[in-house]
Ligand binder design. Structure first.
Ligand code: SF4
Length: 351
């Protein structure tokens, strides 16, 4: 029996260990199909033959509460993602914007922003406003908190924030060289413990390829999620987009490598949804990444291409699509609220 079949048997028997998952990282392309077959079987058994499709549209905008400012200027971002967000840095404006959003049939908002030097997003001073908005509207609030202190965790819970989108990274080189952060890995554990203490809904995000586009410590990040007992209902996978303006060279992460990480997630968390999130390379490679991610066992995807959905329909006649106008991290209980209107999905009609 070859080593791939041996591993498949171990996964099926529930006896695979972390060192077995490590073997997946070095498998050749020809051995991957066997793994994908298993990951699709597990996905279909636990989630049915459904792919959930998310598109935030203007019903779920992303807001930066620091404008264009960020103290870290990470290599992969260097503030460019902040520029694509609605910039609101005053409480009064945030309240007005969110109340207006709710009146105009908004579903929710992602509240994000640049980081402080300690890796936190300065949300604290906005949490009274968010609490007020949560009381007065049905908006779903998703936040990027970064590494946070106890007061912020307590007030996030008190404000009724629905989702904490939290980037997990267990790679010291990435922390220092890419994030420019001077912290210990244990800070992640401290932050997760605080989020758990205040019973916040954590949606871990793993960014594949942050180490100059190569796989490095993604497996350790997956293991961290398991060992800290977050027990997430969903894990979001995002993918490095190689920065053009960095002094250091970044590769584009290989679609096969992305799929290997997703397959490991599927095997390590068989009952957890997996989403291919919004940050990922576009252009020619986009469709390939999406197809590999579907083969490896995602259940959710943010703005897939039409070609990918056509390909999926051709290969899987019974697949059903469900459309939502929201961030891909929304919990299942909000799905009714976030359902897309016809006008939001017209690009996918006739697939
Ligand atoms: S990856 Fe999903 S949850 Fe995270 S910001 Fe993008 S759309 Fe929102």
């Amino acid at each position: 029996m070859n080593k791939t079949q041996l591993m498949v048997n171990k996964i099926k028997a529930g006896t695979a260990l972390w060192q077995d998952f490590k073997v997946i990282l070095n498998l050749d392309s020809k051995d991957l199909e066997v793994l994908f077959k298993l990951s699709q079987e597990i996905t279909e058994k636990n989630f049915g033959n459904i792919l959930k499709i998310y598109n935030p549209t203007n019903r779920f905008p992303a807001i930066s509460i620091t404008g264009n400012e960020c103290a870290l200027e990470c290599e992969h971002c260097n503030k460019k993602y902040l520029k694509g967000m609605k910039q609101i840095s005053k409480n009064k404006d945030l309240e007005q914007f969110l109340i207006e959003l709710s009146r105009k049939d908004g579903v929710g908002a992602l509240i994000s922003g640049g980081s402080e030097i300690d890796g936190s997003v300065p949300l604290l001073k906005f949490l009274d406003t968010i609490k007020k908005v949560k009381k007065e509207t049905n908006l779903i609030i998703n936040t990027h908190t970064g590494l946070l202190n106890e007061e912020t965790a307590m007030k996030l819970a008190d404000a009724g924030v629905d989702i904490i989108s939290f980037d997990i990274n267990m790679d010291e080189q990435v922390i220092r060289e890419i994030y420019h952060l001077d912290i210990e890995l244990s800070e992640y554990k401290r932050a997760i413990d605080l989020l758990k203490k205040y019973e916040l809904h954590i949606v871990p995000h793993i960014c594949i390829g942050l180490y100059y586009g190569k796989l490095n410590k993604e497996l350790e990040s997956i293991r961290f999620i398991k060992e800290t007992e977050i027990n997430p209902s969903l894990i979001v996978v995002i993918v490095l987009i190689p920065p053009k303006d960095s002094k250091v060279k970044f590769e584009t992460p290989k679609p096969e490598n992305i799929a290997k990480i997703i397959a490991i997630l599927r095997f390590a968390f068989p009952k957890t949804e997996i989403s291919l999130g919004c940050m990922r390379p576009r252009g020619k490679i986009k469709n390939e990444i999406e197809k590999f991610a579907i083969k490896a066992g995602i259940t959710r995807i943010e703005i897939p291409s039409k070609d990918t959905l056509k390909w999926l329909k051709n290969n899987n006649k019974k697949i059903q699509f469900k459309y939502f106008s929201a961030c891909c991290a929304i919990p299942k209980k909000f799905e009714k609220l976030a359902e897309s209107k016809k006008v939001d999905i017209k690009r996918y009609i006739n697939i």
